[in-house]
Design a protein around this ligand. Structure first.
Ligand SMILES: Nc1ncnc2c1ncn2[C@@H]1O[C@H](COP(=O)(O)OP(=O)(O)OP(=O)(O)O)[C@@H](O)[C@H]1O
Ligand SMILES: [Mg+2]
Length: 237
C-alpha cells in the first residue's frame, strides 16, 4: 500500500491544481534526497493526471531533465478509483491532479481514494462561489465530514489585498476545513516551470526559486500536520 495518496482538487479551473501537484511531488522528492543516507530504499513518487486536458502529462513531456517522480494519465477511466489504488501500491506517495468541473466524476473518484485533499483557490468571488459549491458536496463524496481530511490553500494570491481578507473570512465560516497559513503568491517561476517540465526544486541557487521552494515545503508541512490529526485516537486530548 502507498503510505499517502493526495488529491489536489477544485471544480474551479485555473486555480493551480496542476502547479501544486507537480511542485508538491517535487517537494517530497527534494525532502527525501536531502535526508537520504547510504543504503536507504528507493523512494517512489507518482503523479496521476486525472484530467483529460493532460496538463501534468504535457508538462512532464517537455522536460529536458529527468523528473524525480513518474507521471501517468488515468484521465477518462471509469474505474479510476480502483486503478489509483492498484497503482499506488507500488509508490510511497501519490499525487492526483484532478480536472476542473465535476461532471466526469473523476474528482469524486480521486477524492474517495485519497487520504488527503488539497483545495487551491485564488481570492476572488468566482473562486469562492465555485469552491463553496464543491465543499457543499464534500459529505457526499467522502461520507462523513472529517475536518482533517482536507485543507484549503490560497494560490496566486496577494495577501495584502482586501479581496484576500474578505475571501478568507467568508471561507472560514463556510468551510469545515482548515485554511493553510501559507499563501502562495503569483510568481512567474511557477509558469516557467510548467512550460519547461520542471518544478521549482529543479532550479538551484536562484532566490525566486528558493522562495517558491520554501512556500511549497510549508504547504506540504502544514497539510501533513492537518492530516496527522486524522490518525490521532479520537479520545486524544
Ligand atoms: N502561484 C502562481 N503564480 C503564477 N502563476 C501560477 C501560479 N499558480 C498557477 N499559475 C499559472 O496559472 C495557470 C493555471 O494554473 P494550473 O494549470 O496549475 O491550474 P489548474 O487548476 O490545474 O487549471 P485547470 O483547472 O485548467 O486544470 C497556469 O498558467 C499556471 O502556470
Ligand atoms: Mg490542471
Amino acid at each position: 500500500m502507498a503510505s499517502m495518496i493526495f488529491a489536489v482538487a477544485n471544480q474551479k479551473g485555473g486555480v493551480g491544481k496542476t502547479t501544486l501537484t507537480l511542485n508538491l511531488a517535487g517537494a517530497v522528492c527534494d525532502q527525501y534526497l536531502r535526508n537520504k543516507k547510504d543504503g536507504d530504499e528507493e523512494f517512489r513518487v507518482l503523479v496521476i493526471d486525472a484530467d483529460p486536458q493532460n496538463t501534468s502529462m504535457r508538462s512532464a513531456g517537455v522536460a529536458k531533465v529527468e523528473l524525480p517522480f513518474s507521471v501517468i494519465s488515468l484521465a477518462g477511466r471509469v474505474d479510476m478509483g480502483r486503478e489509483i489504488q492498484k497503482l499506488a501500491a507500488g509508490y510511497d506517495v501519490v499525487f492526483i491532479d484532478c480536472p476542473p468541473a465535476k461532471e466526469g466524476r473523476a474528482t469524486e473518484r480521486a477524492m474517495r481514494v485519497a487520504d488527503f485533499v488539497l483545495i487551491p483557490l485564488d481570492a476572488s468571488a468566482a473562486d469562492l462561489w465555485s469552491t463553496a459549491g464543491m465543499l457543499e458536496e464534500f459529505p457526499n463524496l467522502a461520507g462523513e465530514i472529517d475536518p482533517n481530511k482536507a485543507a484549503i490553500v490560497f494560490n496566486k494570491t496577494n495577501k495584502r489585498l482586501k479581496s484576500f481578507g474578505t475571501t478568507k473570512k467568508v471561507l472560514t465560516t463556510a468551510s469545515p476545513f482548515r485554511i493553510l497559513q501559507t499563501v502562495i503568491p503569483q510568481r512567474e517561476i511557477y509558469r516557467t516551470c510548467m512550460a519547461t517540465g520542471t518544478t521549482v526544486f529543479t532550479i538551484k541557487g536562484e532566490r525566486r526559486a528558493r522562495e517558491a521552494q520554501e512556500e511549497i515545503h510549508a504547504v506540504l508541512e502544514e497539510a501533513l500536520q492537518v492530516m496527522h490529526r486524522l490518525e490521532e485516537p479520537s479520545n486524544a486530548a
